[in-house]
Write a protein that binds this ligand. Structure first.
Ligand code: ADP
Ligand code: MG
Length: 331
């Protein structure tokens, strides 16, 4: 069986408009299909911060001026963003596959991800989403929606804050596995997945929350028994003392190192920290698994270790350094 890689694309790296998104995806499709050519099976997931914010604010301002436009819950907005980004990824990947004469099909799966209704995150919403409001506007909205939470966001005004609960289980995991077994490139868990809670057997209901896409990618990688988790973002490598004169880029970290660096505060919460946490969780979930954090552009170089930061379980460090080269040779 081909080694499996889950690839998580950063939402911020996909641009702010449909044109930008198409262009960015065209730029990375070659590298992604290159991985299949090298003998890997790939599963693609992606962030959606800018995209879901755009969809939400379109509905919010539409509903304010036009009674035909309904209020759109966040879970539905996330599902829409999965379709919007998945559409461009399907088109870009399929074009590249056919250009190279490769027979694979590409499918996007609107994915529900189960969360625990008792997750502490629901008591403490930390994730800002959607439009900015003045204090007066926020108070007015709060009067209409007593359960909603509004808070200042980095001095730019007030925003709605939602919970960011941990992903527990991917509802559509069997569909994903079936597609993978039938030569489909699968795009799943976009934007961290649509957060749902279980009400009964097969009965899931969407909640007002956002799941961190790096943690959802990790869950996906474990549930499909992936060999590697690639987190592609805007920087080439994870750094210590990031953005200071003492900055030091890392090409490898053991789980032990990475855990210590997290405690020492090297990684910004909400951006690099969840990536490193996802990498640690995956690398220590089973022997031989490794995670890579690298830039979109240099993903192919990350395969042979000339770019990116590799995170490995302590015992498997040396064994893993050579495994990608072996896989490349097998194809
Ligand atoms: P994505 O959309 O890919 O999830 P984020 O903006 O959430 O991207 O996170 C990646 C960003 O994290 C980088 O572009 C960088 O600005 C920032 N960052 C914070 N701490 C570090 C660090 N220690 N090393 C590298 N990048 C860091
Ligand atoms: Mg991010």
């Amino acid at each position: 069986m081909e080694p499996r890689i889950v690839i998580a694309l950063g939402g911020n790296a996909l641009g702010k408009t449909p044109e930008e998104q198409k262009a960015r995806i065209d730029q990375v499709s070659g590298a992604l299909v290159g991985l299949i050519e090298k003998g890997y099976e790939i599963i693609v997931t992606h962030g959606n911060g800018p995209q879901v914010g755009m969809i939400q604010s379109a509905f919010t301002s539409g509903a304010a001026s036009d009674t035909k436009v309904p209020q759109m819950p966040l879970a539905e907005c996330t599902a829409m963003s999965e379709g919007y980004i998945g559409y461009h990824l399907q088109a870009g990947l399929l074009r590249e596959l056919r250009r190279r004469g490769m027979p694979w099909e590409v499918a996007t799966l609107v994915t529900q991800v189960e969360v625990d209704p008792n997750d502490d995150a629901f008591q403490n919403p930390t994730k800002p989403i959607g439009a900015f409001y003045t204090k007066e506007e926020a108070d007015e909205l709060k009067a209409k929606e007593p359960d909603a939470v509004f808070a200042p966001d980095a001095g730019r005004g007030y925003r709605r804050m939602v919970a960011s609960p941990k992903p527990r289980h991917i509802v559509e995991i069997r569909s994903i596995k079936n597609l993978l077994d039938n030569e489909f490139v699968v795009i799943a868990c976009g934007g961290g997945g649509v957060p749902v809670v279980r009400h009964g057997d097969g009965d899931f209901v969407g909640v007002d929350a956002v799941i961190d896409k790096d943690l959802a990618a990790e869950r996906l990688a474990e549930e499909i028994n992936a060999d590697h988790l690639f987190i592609l973002t805007a920087v080439d490598r994870v750094a210590l003392n990031y953005g200071t004169p003492q900055e030091k880029q890392l090409s490898t970290m053991t789980v032990e190192d990475a855990t210590r660096y997290c405690k020492e505060g090297h990684f910004a919460p909400g951006s690099m920290l969840p990536k490193v946490q996802a990498a640690i969780a995956f690398a220590q979930s089973a022997p031989g698994r490794k995670a890579v954090i690298c830039s979109l552009e240099k993903a192919p170089q990350a395969l042979d270790g000339s770019s990116g930061t590799v995170i490995t379980g302590n015992a498997s460090k040396t064994a893993m350094a050579s495994s990608t080269l072996q896989y490349a040779g097998q194809s």
